[in-house]
Design a protein around this ligand. Structure first.
Ligand code: ZN
Length: 198
């Protein structure tokens, strides 16, 4: 009888809103792989320079070394023949090429792990995330706790000067004086967002 060896290489995504522990979960998976002496490369997009330029840091304070890259294709410059795993944090900020990069690496036999916001502050799909989730073998959707009512939170509330943001605001506000909260469906507020009742 003939046996076909199955081929390694797949994509797993950790998605959810802010304060759901996505980065913490990504770091946990990275650390278990490092205990097993796997060669793990960790990347994040250049746009996210909060906390540290050379580390991926969770809100809970754990961290791993990472490589900051200006665009998705640059990830390929660092991948070597002995790389087992490529982990990407804040993947929603990458350009569309990241979909091709992840697929290429997975087909090459690498385990690709990506964490990112599935929705923007308007609770609409964030950048490449819908297509990445569709392409991935494994998807983990984490929830936070609504900071208003305590229900499971799946949405990121943007507050500008303490007030809910406008639907027409830019998706990415770098360095702006805005704040974010985890909110449930019922407590999430976006001024001017279209609904069926309009
Ligand atoms: Zn709520």
């Amino acid at each position: 009888m003939m046996y076909q060896m199955y081929r390694p290489g797949y994509i797993e995504v950790i998605s959810g809103c802010m304060f759901a522990g996505k980065t913490e979960e990504l770091i946990r998976r990275i650390k278990t792989l490092e205990f097993a002496k796997k060669n793990v490369l960790v990347f994040k997009p250049a746009i996210d320079n909060r906390y540290s330029n050379t580390k991926v840091v969770s809100h809970a304070g754990s961290s791993v070394e990472s490589i900051v890259v200006p665009d998705a294709r640059s990830i390929l410059d660092f991948v070597k023949d002995d790389t087992d795993v490529v982990a990407i944090d804040e993947i929603q900020f990458f350009d569309e090429d990241v979909l091709l990069v992840c697929d290429y690496l997975a087909r090459k036999g690498l385990r690709v792990m990506a964490a990112g916001l599935d929705t923007d502050f308007r609770a609409e799909p964030f950048g490449v995330m819908p297509r990445l989730i569709t392409d991935a073998e494994f998807v983990t959707k984490l929830t936070a706790v609504c900071m208003k009512c305590g229900a499971p939170a799946t949405r990121t509330q943007r507050l500008v000067n303490g007030k809910p943001a406008q639907y027409s605001d830019p998706i990415i506000m770098v360095g702006a004086a805005e704040a974010y909260e985890a909110r449930c469906r019922h407590c999430h507020e976006v001024i001017g967002k279209p609904t069926i009742e309009d």
